[in-house]
Structure formats: structure tokens, C-alpha cells
Design a protein around this ligand. Structure first.
Ligand code: SF4
Length: 408
């Protein structure tokens, strides 16, 4: 038996977590895994595995769906007997469509337990099609098996020591906010589940021993660590950051509330930011603003005000950090008046010293906005954004995302 996991940079976190889960399972641990991060590497690995029973796993986002389907079809042609398994944000939101694109199974939601059990069944030559957490086609009919309860993050490593797959540590999964454009709550549930401080510090120490001393976290909202998403748990935040500081300094760097994670605007308080400047090394905070129209914030279910966005930027700047403010253009239902409010806010935020991280709305499967089209573009809006981009005030992939959204 062979496992091949396709692992381009964008999907490294989920592939590392999956490899960690397989390593933690006594039966799966000994199965060789090949990681390919490029199409040509994947092609090579599939050819090498042609004489073996093989599972090829892809975890992917909606923006990667077309390319993934092409790669999967090519792999199937080269190795017709392989078991093609999909997981991650896009397959979890659109399992039937993904199965009809040629996959044998979709792991819906968290893959740690489902993928490991699937592998166990394949190793034993047993039927796996009824496993909880999977979706399959049965005689051409879509079948979604029963859901699994959410996993405890402490039960699974964030990466694989056996395969030397270290990196970013997921500290929190799930989100109570269920913003209508976002897949996080849909896939991982409405409750924050935190990896415990002891476990995070244990993995940080392990990486430190191996010479990798930089800490980056994945979380829907870094300042929600240790809380239920409401009141900030300053004690938990400080225990985590001071613990990391003790382990990683002076060699390592700590990034908290910056890429690849972010913070919600209403959680940006002087006290929370002071913990970042005291213990962490990032020179910026990524703050989810998304729109500055009160009507749009309500429509998206954001749960914060436009005022919160400015207050977050002011506090961040006062602490000597740069705010990188996420905005989503052309949210469904956005009127010209809403777009003007956002543009005005972006101009003001930029004049204050913030940078705007620009996105264009793309309907994501499984979300409340899944079937919605982006609002119409406004030339005056695009012209000003292009000017702001030219002077470095706006950055991001909003143009490519607009093209992708238009091609669907
Ligand atoms: S956008 Fe952020 S706050 Fe909203 S549901 Fe997604 S992760 Fe949670």
C-alpha cells in the first residue's frame, strides 16, 4: 500500500495535519507516504506507485477545484486502480459535485479520524464506503454517511515528525460567528475548539529542538484563543505567549495575529495588542474588516460595527504595529452606496497608516452566500482601488478573484 498526498504550499497545513494523524495511528504509521507539491512530482509519484494499492489524497479550496480535477483525472489514467480521496474546504461544501468529477470518496469536514479509518479499512481489504464522515456515490446515487463528532485537537499532532513535515500550528478550530461568505463555521462547527497551551508549547519546543524556532498559528481569530469567542481570555493569551517566549527566545520569532491568522476588529483592545508587542515579533496585525457599510456588516452577519474597524486600526497604530485590513469587494447585495462607504473607509484607513488587503467575493460551497453572485462592479471604485494599489496602499488577489468569479 502507498499513500500520495498532493501538497502545494496553500494546502500544506491540512496535509501536515493529515500526515500527523496517520503517524499517530499504529496501523497507518508504517504505510509509506509520498508528498508532491507540483504537478510533475505528482505524475512521477503516481507512476512509481503503479504496481501498488494506492490512495491519492487532495485537500483543496474552491479556487483550486479546476486544477485538482485535471490532476486527479491524469493520475487516474496513469493508475486506474488508485483510490482518489478529496477533503478540505471545497469538497466539504460540495461533496456531490466533487464525487461526480471522478473522486471515489470525500472526507467531509475534519479528515484526521475519517482518513485514518479509511486507510485502516483499505489495509484490511474491508469495505470502507459506509464510514462516518465520508460521502460516496453508490450506484451513481449520492450518499452522505453520518457525521462525526468534532475531534479534540489535543488528540492529533499538528504535523508529522516521522515525515519531517513541521510548520504552522493550528491553535483553534471552529468559529461561532458564521459570517455568511465564510466556510469555517460550516466545516468546523460553531464552537471554538482550542489546542491546549501545554500541547502547543510541547510542539513549539519540539520544533525548536529541531532548529525551527519560528512560531506561526492558524486560528479564525487569534485574540479568541482560550475563549468562546466572546469576552477575551487575557490569562490564556498571556500564558500562551509568555510560554512561547520562554521556549523560543532568543533564537526564534513569534507571529501572533498576523499572517496566516487574523483578529476580529472588536477584539483589538489595548490590552490584547500590548501582549503582542510584549511577547511577539510581528510588525503588523491582520484585521478582518470586510466592509465598512453597517448595512453590509449586518447582512453578512459579521457581529461588529464599522466603528470597531476604525477603533481597531487606531489601537494597532498607537501600539506601533501596522494594521492590514481585510476587505471583500462586491459582496452580494452591496449597493453603490455601500461600496462608497467602504471606499471612503479604505481611504481614511490608508491615510491613518493601514494597508488594505483586498479580496473579491467568491461564492463558496456550503456557505449562506453559496448561490449568490458578486454585486456589480463600479468603475469609479475600481479606478480608485487601482490608484491606491499603485501607491502601495492596497494589495491582494482581488483582480484574479474577480476573473475567477466571472468565469463560473
Ligand atoms: S470570517 Fe472569520 S469570524 Fe467570520 S466565520 Fe469566518 S473565521 Fe469566523
Amino acid at each position: 500500500m502507498r499513500i500520495i498526498l498532493y501538497s502545494p504550499l496553500k494546502n500544506k497545513l491540512s496535509v501536515n495535519a493529515l500526515a500527523g494523524a496517520l503517524e499517530a495511528d499504529p496501523k497507518s504509521r508504517s504505510v509509506p507516504i509520498a508528498f508532491s507539491s507540483k504537478p510533475e512530482e505528482l505524475e512521477r509519484e503516481v507512476k512509481k506507485a503503479a504496481k501498488h494499492k494506492t490512495v491519492l489524497g487532495f485537500s483543496f479550496f474552491s479556487s483550486q477545484a479546476e486544477e485538482t480535477v485535471r490532476l486527479a483525472a491524469k493520475a487516474r489514467k496513469a493508475h486506474p486502480a488508485l483510490t482518489l480521496v478529496a477533503g478540505g474546504a471545497h469538497p466539504s461544501g460540495a461533496p456531490e459535485a466533487v464525487l461526480r468529477m471522478g473522486f471515489d470518496a470525500v472526507c467531509i469536514g475534519e479528515g484526521e479520524k475519517t482518513f485514518t479509518e479509511l486507510l485502516g479499512k483499505l489495509l484490511a481489504g474491508a469495505d470502507w464506503r459506509g464510514l462516518p464522515g465520508l460521502a460516496v456515490l453508490e450506484n451513481g446515487k449520492f450518499k452522505r454517511n453520518k457525521r462525526r463528532p468534532p475531534v479534540n485537537l489535543d488528540d492529533y499532532p499538528p504535523f508529522s515528525q516521522l515525515h519531517g513535515r513541521y510548520g504552522i500550528i493550528e491553535i483553534t478550530r471552529g468559529c461561532p460567528n458564521a459570517c455568511k461568505f465564510c466556510q469555517t463555521s460550516h466545516i468546523h462547527g460553531l464552537k471554538h475548539r482550542h489546542r491546549s497551551i501545554e500541547t502547543i508549547l510541547g510542539y513549539a519546543a519540539l520544533m525548536h529542538e529541531k532548529g525551527m524556532s519560528d512560531f506561526r498559528a492558524v486560528t479564525p481569530d487569534a485574540f479568541s484563543y482560550g475563549s468562546n469567542g466572546g469576552k477575551i481570555n487575557y490569562d490564556a493569551l498571556e500564558a500562551l505567549l509568555s510560554g512561547l517566549h520562554k521556549i523560543l527566545k532568543p533564537r526564534g520569532k513569534i507571529f501572533f495575529g498576523s499572517f496566516p491568522s487574523e483578529v476580529r476588529p472588536e477584539h483589538v483592545t489595548e490590552k490584547a495588542v500590548a501582549l503582542v508587542t510584549r511577547y511577539a515579533d510581528n510588525d503588523n496585525l491582520v484585521i478582518g474588516a470586510q466592509s465598512a457599510s453597517p448595512r453590509m456588516l449586518k447582512l453578512c452577519g459579521r457581529g461588529h460595527s464599522a466603528r470597531d474597524i476604525f477603533r481597531a486600526a487606531e489601537i494597532t497604530l498607537k501600539a506601533g504595529l501596522r494594521p492590514n485590513m481585510d476587505f471583500i469587494f462586491r459582496l452580494p447585495g452591496e449597493t453603490e452606496a455601500d461600496a462608497r462607504l467602504s471606499l471612503e473607509a479604505m481611504r481614511k484607513l490608508s491615510a491613518m497608516g493601514a494597508r488594505i488587503h483586498a479580496h473579491t467575493f467568491m461564492p463558496l460551497p456550503g456557505t449562506a452566500f453559496a448561490g449568490k453572485n458578486p454585486a456589480p462592479p463600479y468603475p469609479w471604485f475600481d479606478e480608485e482601488i487601482n490608484r491606491m494599489n499603485a501607491r502601495g496602499a492596497v494589495f491582494g488577489d482581488w483582480r484574479e478573484q474577480a476573473k475567477t468569479a466571472a468565469s463560473r
